[in-house]
Design a protein around this ligand. Structure first.
Ligand SMILES: Nc1ncnc2c1ncn2[C@@H]1O[C@H](COP(=O)(O)OP(=O)(O)OP(=O)(O)O)[C@@H](O)[C@H]1O
Length: 772
């Protein structure tokens, strides 16, 4: 077995392999940017850019005279400058370091408001791998004269070519520091301060491109084709890597716009962010609260019983819990924590008995919801969907999954309910099929047609749909190590996972593989398999290291409060190994996550990109992504190998290329049908009756149901032993663990809390010596 592992296991190492000092959990992120490090200083100021023009790709960086760490030494290659330049540069440098005291305001202004010329903008955008295209300009076209039209009847191929050419490229002036936001776009001081307080100085690629596009007309002079002609009045479709800071990129412009609008008291929510899972929605609410602190803008998580529009009374009666207590949490500045949800559930159950009162309409300006939760709140008793005209900003986070068949109807229903003619839409994800682009365009067109037919007033000008792509579309991040491990059988996978849990074994058997250190996530294809794997591994962690409390399972069949509890404990570092389904594959940000294990192969290339993207956030290096595959998975492995290959290409010459051409050639190419089946139902051998649990273990009420038959159980089973033997063993281990814990507590005089295990080196960044 070991030889097979060694022979068929492939590791694609990130430039710097994992070490205790270089782990995603080992402290602050270095540079949050993924690209452009070696070509241009990431935040090179205009005059520096000019001087570095002749520098070629891959040239050795110029020696730095600064005592800043290399990642922050953006001005290290500064040639001798005159006194004025020095002052400006010092201002910029001080800003990067967060020191502005004593700096003259004129210098500060200079440092942040200089314009890049067109060439400089293009170079910077290229080096950071940004591409901005006008996908559809809906402005009315000027009719060409009849004669010319006839002449232009050309071959189909030429027309296609013309179409492509017609897609105009834009070169927005990049944002080099967050400090430029105020001088260039006059954003609210408080918003700028909130960004600074959270330690954000250098924008990531997506922020560097999207913020100037969305924040509108620049204070500095813009070159033609910079997008400034649209004045920020655009719909935007963004494809940018996992963990690249898309949340800030869409929240900052929304908060700023909300602050500049004058709402009436009655207006209610003015921005909606839709996300596929409750976990992601609640994370976005927390981000929005941090960014809008002190601005008067509130953000709320959509919960059962909340009212978002005025609906007929009968509709409210249908609502399960129309409780004022549950109606609005806009004053609650705390995290959406467990106690909050528990309290709410308690209120809800009491409320069922008490006569229902009319729930108050949500007043929070930003509402974050899963599509089903919001649609339920918009549904009327006659089955129609109420209009939500107060919404001016709609964001679909993880847009491709929200517009995938599972969520499509709900998402489109919410989108169409937003009838404000000034609605601006943002679609964001790390992966986006061209079908999603087409669907976005047709939805925008249909919506406009229906708005035109329902009003006699002239509608405002239609904004263009712009597409921003960072890096290679649908690619995994290049800053982590990818491992593709052949485990032959289901039992081989269990053995492989146990080896990962016991790092000492790994260092002797396969020294070339970077070690996977907790905390990490383990993904399975279905909920029953996640539960089965959890019960199998429950006692693998010895009591001295925290025992069974260090390992947990999270899936959509758990109650909301149980899910919140697991999330909180994982974020606190109390849980080290979290077994889950694709419920946590998208959007969820665990800053210090060291790795991801695909215990079951993901259902698509996109699912791989998102799962492994839970580690290596904000440019952090040292993350490890291990994917086990068995004989049954061979037809699909090429999908994943291709994604890893792309990530290697993105990385450039650095690091080892392990998915070699011969491996790609040897792997069979899955047919279109194979891919569709895989995406819908997962690998056959591991399917359960509840179709598509893996890709679709999201918050979609349509799929709930808990029937299991014996065959399903057998498919879910993850063990080398029978259920009975395992139960007996587990009982024995639990008793031993409890007794050891009692003895230890007696010895130290400590009382053991019900949560268990916290604090024993489980915090982010603490040393973990392996479960052995
Ligand atoms: N400019 C920045 N500098 C440093 N850290 C940043 C910056 N912008 C965002 N981050 C951090 O990066 C992490 C990832 O951000 P975010 O969750 O928005 O990523 P994302 O692009 O939405 O990823 P996904 O596609 O997985 O949803 C967060 O912890 C965030 O605080």
């Amino acid at each position: 077995m070991m030889n097979v592992f060694k022979l068929l296991s492939r590791t694609a190492k990130a430039p710097q392999s994992a070490s205790a000092q270089n782990l995603p959990s080992a402290g602050a992120a270095a540079n949050p940017q993924l690209f452009g490090h070696d070509e241009l200083a990431p935040v090179a100021a205009p005059e520096e850019t000019k001087k570095s023009k002749k520098r070629k790709r891959g040239n050795a960086p110029v020696e730095s005279s600064s005592d800043l760490p290399a990642d922050l030494d953006f001005f290290g290659d500064k040639p001798k400058a005159d006194a004025e330049d020095d002052a400006v540069t010092a201002a910029k440098k001080s800003r990067v370091e967060g020191k502005t005291n004593g700096m003259s305001s004129a210098h500060e202004e200079n440092a942040f408001s200089e314009a890049y010329n067109e060439d400089e903008s293009k170079r910077m955008l290229r080096s950071h791998k940004l591409k901005v295209t006008v996908l559809e300009d809906f402005a009315p076209k000027v009719e060409e004269p009849e004669k010319k039209k006839k002449k232009k009847k050309k071959s189909k191929a030429k027309e296609e070519e013309k179409k492509k050419e017609a897609k105009k490229q834009l070169y927005p002036q990049p944002l080099s520091f967050f400090g430029q936001l105020r001088p260039r776009f006059s954003i609210s001081r408080r918003l700028a301060d909130n960004l600074k307080e959270q330690g954000y100085t250098v924008p990531t690629e997506v922020q560097l491109g999207a913020l100037p596009l969305l924040l509108g007309k620049d204070g500095v002079q813009e070159a033609s084709g910079s997008g400034a002609e649209y004045g920020g009045d655009i719909d935007l479709l963004t494809v940018a890597p996992t963990g690249s800071g898309k949340t800030i990129a869409f929240l900052v412009p929304i908060i700023n716009a909300l602050l500049s609008e004058k709402p009436s008291d009655e207006q209610g929510s003015r921005a909606v962010v839709i996300a596929p899972t409750r976990e992601l929605a609640s994370q976005i609410v927390n981000e929005a609260r941090k960014l809008s602190q002190g601005t008067g803008i509130k953000a709320a998580l959509m919960k059962k019983g909340m009212e978002v529009v005025e609906r007929p009374q009968a509709a409210e009666q249908q609502n399960e819990a129309a409780s004022p207590a549950a109606s609005d949490n806009e004053d609650d500045e705390e995290d959406d924590d467990v106690s909050d949800s528990d309290a709410q559930e308690e209120t809800t159950s009491k409320q069922k008995k008490a006569p229902r009162r009319r729930a108050e309409k949500v007043k929070a300006a930003i509402l974050v919801a899963t599509p089903m939760a919001l649609l339920n709140a918009l549904k009327c008793p006659d089955g129609t969907v109420a209009e939500f005209p107060s919404i001016r900003h709609l964001v679909l986070d993880e847009a491709d999954v929200l517009l995938d068949p599972l969520f499509r109807d709900q998402t489109l229903a919410v989108w169409n309910a937003c009838t404000n003619p000034l609605l601006r839409v943002g679609l964001w994800s790390a992966t986006m099929g061209s079908n999603i682009e087409a669907l976005a365009i047709s939805t925008l067109n249909n919506r406009w047609a229906s708005l035109s037919s329902s009003t006699s007033d002239s509608l405002p000008a239609r904004p263009p749909l712009i597409r921003l792509v960072v890096g290679l579309k649908d690619s995994a991040i290049p800053n982590i190590s990818h491992q593709l491990t052949y485990a032959a059988t289901e039992q081989g996978k269990l053995l492989g996972l146990r080896q990962l849990l016991h790092p000492t074994h790994i260092s002797t058997t396969s020294s070339s593989s970077p070690t996977l250190r907790p905390p990490f996530l383990v993904f399975t294809q279905t909920i029953p398999r996640a539960i089965a794997l959890h019960s199998e591994l429950l006692y693998d962690i010895p009591p001295e290291a925290g025992g069974s409390s260090r390992i947990a399972v999270l899936h959509a069949d758990l109650s909301a409060s149980a899910r919140d509890m697991v999330m909180t404990r994982f974020r606190r570092g109390e849980i080290w190994v979290l077994i889950t389904t694709d419920l946590l594959a998208r959007g969820v940000d665990f800053r210090g996550l060291n790795g991801v294990v695909n215990y079951d192969v993901p259902n698509s290339a996109a699912a791989y990109v998102h799962r492994v993207g839970r580690t290596g956030r904000a440019g952090r290096k040292g993350g490890v992504a291990v994917t086990f595959y068995t004989q049954e998975d061979i037809p699909y492995v090429k999908l994943i190998a291709n994604v890893i290959r792309k990530a290697e290409a993105l990385r450039g010459e650095e690091g080892e290329v392990v998915v070699k051409q011969w491996l790609l050639d040897a792997l069979p190419a899955p047919s279109k049908r194979d891919k569709q089946q895989l995406k819908k139902y997962g690998v056959e051998a591991r399917r359960t009756k509840r179709t598509g649990d893996a890709e679709h273990d999201h918050d979609n009420d349509d799929k709930k149901g808990k029937g299991k038959d014996a065959r399903e159980k057998a498919r879910a089973r993850i063990s080398t032993k029978s259920g009975y033997v395992r139960k007996v063993e587990n009982n024995r281990k639990a008793a031993v663990e409890a007794s050891r814990r009692r003895n230890r507590d007696l010895g130290t005089g400590k009382q053991h809390g019900s949560g268990g295990g916290g604090g024993e080196g489980g915090g982010e960044g603490s040393e973990f010596e392996g479960f052995d």
